[in-house]
Design a protein around this ligand. Structure first.
Ligand SMILES: NC(=O)c1ccc[n+]([C@@H]2O[C@H](COP(=O)([O-])OP(=O)(O)OC[C@H]3O[C@@H](n4cnc5c(N)ncnc54)[C@H](O)[C@@H]3O)[C@@H](O)[C@H]2O)c1
Length: 304
């Protein structure tokens, strides 16, 4: 890694759920971080939210002093070596933002988007220097989930990919290089292949939603954190994997679009936690218990 990213000046655009957590990770790794948001309230509360997270995790709370909330975008990015955008998921907004950012940064400042699903190519196509632009897909909460997918486009320079990988690695993350800018990158393609079949099992009356989740949590879910599917295939043998696929793949869901069952839930206002019912009913207490369980699990498996 070039020396400049060893102790970099990092600008985080968007101080919402993801942005403040990303700023926290970089500050803890020793970088100087500016953070901006068009919403004054999110700028003003960013440091307090980061301090509360650090306290809760038992991390050095004083690193919050490396984070500087800034009102104007130009002031946030002017000195930056690396800019990561975590504003709302809207293509036009992100395109406009990067065009504006490019007016205020050096030509070698790396520009990254934390979009969940928008192709990086679409976001970055209008830039003057597309070789310094790429995607970095963090997972929520950024300070507990290790993965950051680093997505290159056809224009991204190999040096920019390498520096970005190293920046995240040295901040304690597990960066994964995504060599083609495909929808869903790697993690969400895998995750939603599973969700498609999970929904189909309920839709076809094979079991209820609670049973789908119970089956996963009590079986391969237990192993997944230490045994990936391809390690697992090698472990049991590719010949056995082939035999299983011969029988199972023709039987599982392969619809190219969202399930009608899911569409019906949404049309009927069954939106999950936010409406109290989705695939299942959720009381406020049940919601709180599940959220707490997830945080507790992520904290317990956190690598230091
Ligand atoms: N929430 C997740 O689990 C998750 C995971 C991975 C990636 N992402 C992606 O990260 C991005 C941010 O998501 P989030 O969940 O933090 O959303 P959020 O709504 O919590 O935060 C977005 C922030 O961007 C601010 N904003 C909007 N326009 C702006 C502008 N022009 N300049 C500066 N700030 C602006 C908003 O005021 C808000 O504070 C999205 O692209 C999202 O898809 C989210």
């Amino acid at each position: 890694m070039t020396a400049e990213l060893a102790r970099a000046r990092i600008a985080v655009i968007g101080a919402g759920l993801m942005g403040h957590g990303i700023a926290q990770v970089f500050a803890l790794a020793g970088h100087e971080v500016t953070i901006t948001d068009t919403l004054a309230q999110n700028r003003d509360t960013a440091k307090a939210r980061i301090a509360a997270n650090l306290r809760d995790l038992g991390d050095d709370e004083s690193v919050v002093e490396r984070v500087r909330p800034v009102a104007a975008l130009a002031d946030a990015v002017r000195e930056a070596d690396y800019v990561v955008e975590a504003v709302s998921e809207n293509l036009a907004l992100k395109q406009k933002l990067f065009a504006e950012i490019e007016r205020h940064v050096r030509v070698d400042t790396i520009l990254a988007s934390n979009t969940s699903v928008i192709p990086i190519t679409s976001i970055m196509q209008g830039l003057q220097h597309r070789e310094r632009a790429l995607g970095t897909h963090w997972w929520n909460p950024p300070f507990l989930v290790p993965l950051v997918e680093v997505i290159e486009t056809q224009w991204t320079s190999p040096e920019v990919v390498a520096r970005t990988m190293e920046l995240h690695k040295s901040a304690g993350k597990k960066p994964a290089h995504v060599k083609k800018d495909v929808p869903g990158f790697i993690g969400n393609r895998l995750q939603h292949a599973l969700w498609r079949e999970a929904i189909a099992l309920v839709e076809r009356g094979i079991c209820d939603a609670e049973t789908v989740d119970a089956v996963i949590k009590a079986s391969f879910g237990r192993r997944l954190a230490v045994l990936g599917p391809l390690e697992n295939a090698d472990l049991v043998g590719t010949d056995l994997t082939l035999a299983i696929h011969d029988t199972v793949l023709p039987a599982i869901e392969n619809r190219p679009g969202p399930s009608p069952y899911l569409q019906e839930l949404v049309a009927n206002g069954k939106l999950g936690f936010k409406s109290g019912e989705g695939f299942r009913k959720w009381s406020a207490e049940q919601q709180a218990v599940l959220r707490a369980k997830v945080m507790q699990h992520l904290k317990a498996t956190r690598e230091t």
